[in-house]
Every structure is written in C-alpha cells, then in structure tokens.
Design a protein around this ligand. Structure first.
Ligand SMILES: O[C@H]1[C@H](O)[C@@H](O)[C@H](O)[C@@H](O)[C@H]1O
Length: 559
C-alpha cells in the first residue's frame, strides 16, 4: 500500500511533496536499474503491493518489546567486551600469583584461549541455532560464562587459568554470533543499523567497565580474581530474563509454530493490522520454503551449497568475512588486549589507568557511530575510518622508532626519550582507536543484512568465525611480533594491511544503508554495483526524508 493509497486525499501543500516522492522513487529505480537475474531466488514475494505493505510494516518504530529485548540480548555484547577487556589489566595484576612472573608467551596463551574458544563456538552455533532456536543457545552461553569464571577465579596455575578462559570463550563466541542475529531478526529495518550498534556499544562499554574496575583494583591483592568473579553477574541476569523473552518469529515459522510467530510479530508491531501480520507470516513462510529440503539437516546442507554457488550469496560472504577480517587484522585488539603491557613497557606508572583512555575513546566513538550509521552510510564511514587509522598507525610506528624500545626475554628496554615520544604514542593511540571505532569497529557487525534470510544464520556464522580467527591470530602473535620485528615494524605492518583494506572497500563494498533487504540482494546480484548502490542509497534516503516531511505536513494540516 503506497502512502497515496493509504492517506486521505492530499491537500495542496502535500500534493507537491507526495508526487515528488513517488517520482523520485521511480526515477531511483529506473536510473539504478539493478535487474534481478531471473535465475536467482531473491524475491519470494513478487506481488508489488504486498511488498510495499510489508515495507510499511517494517518501517514502524521499535516497540517496547523490541527495545527491551535489544538491551537484554546486548548483555552478550557486554560479556564479550568485559571478558576480552579485563585481560589487559589482569595480565599486569596477576604478577607472580601463579608462582613466577608470567612470560610473554604465557600472556599470549591466556589471552588467545578465549579467542580460540570463541572461534570454535562461532562455527558450530550458527547451524545449531537453526535447529534448536536462538533463545536456548543464548541461554546455554550464560552457563558457559559462569563455569569459565569459576574456573579462573579458583585457578592456582597458568594452565587452569587458560582452561577457564577457554570455556569462557565458548560463551563469548555464541553470544557474539547470536545477539546481533537475534536483534536484527526482531528490529524494524529502519532501526536495524542502530539496534545492532547497541550491541557494539555494550561490547565497548563492557571493555570500558572492565578497564575501569581493573584500574581501580590495580593495587589490591588478588584484585584480578574479583574482576573475573564480577563477570558472573550479567550472564545470570540474561539467563533469568530470557525465560520471559520469545524466540524470533523466523525460527518459530521454521518449526511451523505459526500462531506463536504471529503473536510475537503483533507484539513487535503493536499498531499493525491483522492483515499486515498475516502477510508478514506468509512472507516468512515463503522465505523459509525457499531453501529446499524436508528436514532441518537437509535445509542446512542445501544452505551450505547455496551460500557458495549463488553469486549474490557468495559476494555477501566475501564482504561479510572480508570486513570482519579487516576489523581484526588491522590490529585494534592488540591494544585492547595488551595496551597495559605496552604502556608499562613505555614507562607509564599506572599503565592500566593509561590504557583506560583506549577503552574510553573506543566507547565514545561507538556512541557517535550509533548516531550516524543509518544517516552517513556504512561505506562512507569506512572510507573515512581506514585512511585515518593508517595515518595514526604510521605516527605510532615513528614514535616507537624514536622511543627505541626493545622487547627482550621478559623485559622491555627503552633507550629513547619517553618524555617527548610517550605523549605522541598516546595521541597516536587515541587517534587510531577513534578512527577505528567510528567505522570498521562497528560496520562489520551489520553482517546479517547482507544475506538473504535463507542463509543468514550460516553467513553470520562464517563472518563471526572470521572475526575470532583474526582475534586469535593477533592475540597469539602481537607480543612475539613486538619482539621479532620491533614495535615500529608491527605498527607499520598494521598500516600496510589497513591500506590494502581501504582498497578492498573502495573496490568491493557497496552502500547498503537505507536499503530494504530485498534491495541489498539486488545490489549484490550481477556484480558489487558500487556506483549504483551509492546512488540508490542516496535516493532512498531522500525519499524517506520527503516521506517524513509528508507525514509532518499531514499532522500540521490536521491540527
Ligand atoms: O566491534 C568490536 C569492538 O570494536 C571491540 O572493541 C573489539 O574488541 C572487538 O574485537 C570488535 O569486534
């Protein structure tokens, strides 16, 4: 139903705007001309009217249910952040609690264990969540978080600590996959970008809280055990609250629980008419049937095939995994995990407090990303983020050169002037972190929007696994790189990888903001369609701006 058909006859001031809106929308389609290849199964609903009716439904504002479930699901993001964040201060605080001072190798093991655990469950949880549902898998991750914390709190040796971090990693991997998926399946598309960023805000917020508590308990004996112990509280809250939350309509439809699914869609869109709800249910049913196979396993196998052989799916896969790889291989988490160690080596007295700046900048810039992601657009954010990161990485490489620091055995020997170059490093780090979190720190987590519903869980699983592989490699090699190729070499390497990433984004990453999911599929059909996507997104933005105006005029006229 178009706005023309729905609204009462327009008054004169509205007519111009409404006509302009329709004309612009049509010309956008004509100019962009992204014809969907008739052989690809992209649009299960071909009836134009029903599609626009569903667009009306999808464009509603988020209900209280959606807002609360976004925050409750984002507790997983908080856990992701807290558990990866506290390690920076814990490594400094553990000291000789396990008998002797930790070697750099042991520090890497303790850190990387979580990434390894997360990688394993990120791979398995995607298919599993399609079989048993998003909700039970997410609740299971809460149990793993608590078990992992208990093992670490009680640990007296490096290996028990590593085991605890590994189990906790299982929980982190599941949460990092399911939370954004669950949110994006529940959120209205116009708010999807921002709602997924809420989860990112909780990740960076969790890291900030972990750093702050770490700095506060820096000098407290066994303070790190308190930090780890506190991490049991959020999963318990999430576990209890999820008893009262529903699974997603998409999963329920796949299990043929149609009535339950409609009831949830109604709660998500409280103002929608029963007809609209019914159409939404039909859309989900038709999408569910678009993958052949009678059983979940047969559908899964066919899904694995489709994600590789359907060109638009494969492009989505390259982009989603590419962006997650870029996020990790440009080195950000080396700071997240080891900034305490690096700042201690550079000679800062309270290194944990200094590294609080890293987490603080990351959090503040994620708030900025929240406000601009649906307005400025994902592509533009990346095109700003990556070159700035590269500039600050080069600055750090230069500063480390003049500080002339050498990591030997378990020591760091500084020969240069830290009075001058120490502050430059802090500026370089803040600039690097800020430019990371305004773009590449957030955009990759929008991964779900690139896949059609039929392979979304699977695609998200691949992309999340790429994220954790990158995190694992960085966590297990950063300190070794500092030793073997010097800090200057390490940051120069990250700068070079950032440059390659920038080229990747310029050539392959289309603008997907403001597009309906079907349009995203059109963009990815027959090429990466960068130019067309940019003009299509611009026009969509213009159209929704005019529509907003239209509604405002309608209100004024009614008054
Ligand atoms: O998006 C998040 C965020 O940027 C975190 O700060 C980082 O530690 C994670 O690895 C990343 O996935």
């Amino acid at each position: 139903m178009s706005s023309d058909a729905k609204s009462p006859p327009p008054k004169s001031s509205q007519t111009v705007i409404t006509r302009e809106t329709t004309a612009t929308a049509n010309s956008a389609d004509a100019e962009v001309d992204l014809d969907v290849d008739s052989t690809t199964k992209l649009t299960p609903l071909n009836d134009e009217d029903s599609t626009s009716v569903l667009m009306e439904l999808d464009n509603g504002t988020p209900s209280m249910l959606v807002i609360s479930l976004t925050f409750l699901a984002s507790i997983s993001g908080f856990m992701f952040g807290y558990d990866t964040g506290y390690i920076s201060s814990a490594l400094v605080a553990i000291g000789d609690d396990f008998g002797t001072e930790l070697t750099y190798g042991q520090e890497q093991f303790i850190t990387a264990a979580t990434s390894l655990g997360a990688l394993i469950t990120a791979i398995c949880a995607g298919p599993f969540t399609d079989i048993v549902g998003r909700k039970p898998v997410l609740m299971f991750s809460n149990i793993l978080f608590v078990v992992g914390s208990v093992i670490q709190c009680a640990s007296q040796t490096v290996w028990t600590m590593i085991a605890g971090r590994f189990v906790m990693g299982f929980g982190v991997g599941i949460g990092s996959l399911i939370a954004p998926l669950y949110i994006s399946e529940m959120a209205p598309p116009r708010f999807r970008g921002r709602m997924v960023v809420v989860n990112c805000l909780c990740i960076t917020g969790g890291q900030l809280v972990a750093y702050a508590i770490g700095a506060g308990l820096d000098k407290v004996h066994n303070g790190w055990r308190i930090i780890v112990g506190l991490s049991m509280i959020p999963p318990i809250i999430q576990f209890v609250s999820f008893f009262f939350l529903p699974d997603t309509p998409r999963f329920l439809i796949s299990k043929n629980k149609v009535e339950r699914a409609s009831a949830i869609i109604q709660r998500v869109h409280p103002t929608a008419s029963p007809e609209l709800i019914e159409m939404k249910v039909k859309e989900l049913q038709s999408l569910n049937n678009s993958i052949p196979g009678d059983t979940v396993i047969a559908k899964l196998i066919n899904g694995i095939k489709e994600i590789h052989v359907v060109p638009s799916n494969f492009r989505a896969l390259v982009l989603a995994c590419g962006l997650q790889g870029i996020q990790q291989f440009t080195g950000f988490n080396s700071l997240m995990y080891f900034s305490g160690t690096v700042f201690k080596a550079v000679g800062f007295n309270n290194s944990t407090a200094v590294s609080l700046i890293v987490a603080g900048t990351n959090f503040i810039m994620t708030i900025c990303a929240f406000f601009i992601i649906d307005r400025v657009g994902r592509r533009r954010m990346l095109l700003l983020s990556l070159p700035c990161m590269m500039g600050f990485l080069v600055l750090n490489a230069i500063a480390f050169h003049f500080i002339n620091i050498k990591f030997e055995g378990n020591d760091a020997i500084v020969r240069g002037n830290t009075d001058v170059w120490g502050p430059v490093i802090i500026v370089g780090m803040i600039g690097y972190v800020g430019s990371y979190s305004i773009g590449i720190g957030n955009v990759p987590w929008q991964q779900s929007e690139m896949f059609p519903q039929s392979v979304r869980g699977l695609g998200a699983s691949y992309a999340t696994a790429t994220n954790w592989s990158g995190s694992l490699i960085i966590a297990s090699t950063f300190l070794t790189m500092l030793k073997n190729i010097t800090p200057t070499g390490t940051f120069s390497l990250f700068a070079a990888l950032t440059f390659v990433s920038f080229i990747f984004v310029v050539l392959f990453y289309p603008e997907l903001s403001n597009l309906q999911l079907e349009e995203v599929q059109k963009v990815l059909t027959g090429g990466f369609n960068i130019k067309a996507s940019v003009s299509m997104a611009k026009k969509r933005k213009h159209v929704s701006h005019l529509k907003k105006h239209d509604v405002e005029h309608e209100h004024i006229d009614q008054v």
